[in-house]
Design a protein around this ligand. Structure first.
Ligand SMILES: [Zn+2]
Ligand SMILES: [Zn+2]
Length: 161
């Protein structure tokens, strides 16, 4: 009986360690292979919760990505709880583009719709137009598509969720 009880204690102990580890990490695991969970080049902004950096393969004159430090795979994982996070990402992107002379029609913001994500870590594409080519514009249609969700559309849909 003693060994059974100590085994039970060991199991509870292990579960507690896992729970504490998850709490410390903010509830999100950082997958070892996710490039956005690790240091990035071309950073233009960062704070405790977000990082913004130049896309390594720009599709527009200016092409910045804004990511949360917390790991979310895609927009499908988001609920109303993440609404403030998405709004912050949009605000950061708008400010960065505005500071560089891209506002109104010259600025476009949006997310991949799964399964059409390039990198499996939530990121906001911030595009300062014009696009570099007609082909470069295809992934980012102004009014959204099966593969692209404008940032404002996502904010509106989370707000009513
Ligand atoms: Zn990640
Ligand atoms: Zn992308």
């Amino acid at each position: 009986m003693v060994s059974g009880r100590s085994a039970a204690i060991a199991v509870v102990g292990a579960a507690t360690v896992l729970l504490v580890a998850r709490l410390i990490m903010g509830g999100q695991k950082k997958p070892a292979r996710c490039v956005f969970c690790h240091p990035l080049n071309g950073v233009v902004y960062e704070d405790d919760d977000f990082i913004a950096f130049h896309d390594i393969k720009p599709d527009a004159e200016l092409h910045i990505l804004v990511i949360p430090r917390a790991h979310y795979g895609t927009i499908r994982e988001l609920t109303a709880t993440e609404l403030p996070t998405i709004k912050r990402m949009h605000e950061i992107g708008q400010r960065l583009l505005d500071e560089r002379g891209y506002a109104g029609d010259k600025a476009r913001f949006g997310f991949h719709r799964p399964p059409f994500n390039s990198i499996h870590h939530l990121h906001l594409h911030c595009l300062g137009l014009p696009f570099r080519s007609r082909r470069a514009a295809i992934p980012f249609p102004e009014n959204g598509s099966a593969w692209f969700m404008p940032a404002q559309q996502l904010i509106d849909s989370l707000a009513v969720a």
